[in-house]
Design a protein around this ligand. Structure first.
Ligand code: FDA
Length: 307
């Protein structure tokens, strides 16, 4: 019951100000967003890659209001990519981007987001890695898929995310699986209406398995974005049945969640990629993590009260 309330709060400016200013917030936020700058994040990237993990990096930020902020988002990713090139980590670390941060919701936003994200995709390709376009709320997805298709003409490795909770996703999965795309499948983290999305956990889980089967049996590269132990073993079984080798799909989980499972899957020989977010505009990302697990909220509230 708490999840939808927290997701509604994730879009509220008043709550953003309140929570961002709370004295203990930073300490709790660090579990999910372990740094604000490239300098903060480099030791974490090195530590995780040393442990046999791969990463996908998210410079947090979304819902920007000016074209200048969109340009700044592009430049933040370019600076990160420069740093990864200097560290020789290009092939182990890819980028995840939210097109809203690249200007998608502004006037002329579709073209603006495409123009801003293209240099990031080019720079990533130049160091031997790639970019995945995150999925945001359902109103943004036609534009996201069109940008994905456009980028794939020159950079076929560009990936995108699909969300099992949306009714449209089974058909998106068939199209993407047929044209050989890299696709991350997640359950979905936004507050979506009953007209477009399953609301019950068991319906979402069932849809996840149907979509996963389509991806595993298709031509593309499935990326299983979930911490759910049941779905992870189903994914292994579906991969085996589809005759996929260990390097023909990968698991992805979020930094700060089930870390021991990251290492276990990597030790079994799986490709395991940790989605690692950093930056100062962490509010929306942090609130979605609270909404996913009420115990996180209880921990957060307890830390505030104990101050
Ligand atoms: P579920 O929520 O059922 O959780 C399974 C178990 O994992 C829980 O019982 C708990 O143990 C643990 N867990 C899950 N979330 C936790 C949390 N926040 N804190 C502590 N424990 C937690 N969404 C989206 O809409 N667009 C996107 O682009 C992405 N991108 C993305 C990338 C990657 C790599 C991942 C793993 C996830 C996303 N998501 C996302 C988020 C996704 O939609 C979903 O909200 C979360 O992954 C939680 O769903 P699970 O599949 O983990 O299952």
């Amino acid at each position: 019951m708490l999840g939808p309330v927290i997701l509604a709060a994730s879009r509220s400016d008043r709550m953003r100000r309140l929570i961002s200013a709370a004295p203990v917030t930073k300490q709790v936020v660090d579990r999910f967003i372990p740094g604000e700058t490239v300098d903060d994040i480099v030791p974490i990237v090195e530590e995780l890659t040393d442990r046999g993990l791969e990463l996908t990096m998210d410079v947090v930020g979304e819902d920007i209001t000016t074209p200048e902020q969109a340009t700044a988002a592009r430049d933040a990713y370019l600076a990160l990519i420069d740093r990864l090139r200097d560290l020789g980590l290009g092939e182990r670390v890819e980028m995840s981007v939210k097109l809203s941060m690249f200007g998608q919701a502004l006037e002329g936003g579709h073209e603006l987001a495409l123009a801003n994200v293209r240099p990031v995709v080019e720079a990533a390709a130049a160091i031997g890695t790639t970019v995945t376009l995150d999925a945001e709320d359902h109103t943004t997805l036609d534009s996201m898929f069109a940008i994905h298709e456009e980028l794939r003409k020159d950079f076929p490795q560009t990936g995108c995310v699909i969300q099992a909770y949306l009714f449209r996703t089974e058909s998106d999965a068939r199209r993407l699986a047929a044209n050989g795309s890299r696709v991350r499948l997640v359950k979905g983290a936004y507050k979506e209406p009953a007209e477009v999305a399953y609301q019950q956990k068991h319906e979402i889980d069932k849809a996840y398995v149907r979509v996963l089967r389509t991806l595993m049996e298709g031509e593309g590269y499935p990326m299983i974005g979930s911490h759910d132990p049941r779905l992870i073993s189903i994914a292994q079984e579906l991969a085996r049945k589809a005759g996929r080798k260990l390097d023909e799909y990968e698991f992805q989980m979020l930094y700060g969640i089930r870390g021991e499972e990251h290492l276990r899957l990597a030790a079994e020989g799986h490709r395991m990629r940790v989605y690692t977010a950093y930056g100062t505009d962490w509010y929306g990302y942090f609130m979605r993590r609270l909404a996913e697990k009420p115990a996180n909220l209880r921990f957060f509230v307890r830390s505030m009260l104990s101050k």
